[in-house]
Design a binder for this molecule. Structure first.
Ligand SMILES: [Zn+2]
Length: 63
């Protein structure tokens, strides 16, 4: 019984280490920023630090 449990946890660990990574792309300049766990065929969009500063500057100017 004990052996069976360790087999199961071992399989779970393998599944975790083989997790797919999802690319994160800047939606403004298109720079690849990061990868994070997720589905390999999906691209997540975000804003890179450079564009974030630029966007904040624009917002500050508008108000
Ligand atoms: Zn950017």
């Amino acid at each position: 019984m004990k052996e069976r449990i360790s087999e199961l946890t071992g399989a779970e660990r393998d599944a975790e280490s083989g997790a797919e990574l999802m690319a994160v792309k800047c939606s403004i300049c298109g720079d690849w920023m990061d990868v994070k766990p997720g589905h390999i065929n999906y691209i997540s969009h975000g804003i890179c630090p450079r564009c974030y500063v630029e966007e904040m500057r624009k917002l500050a100017r508008d108000t």
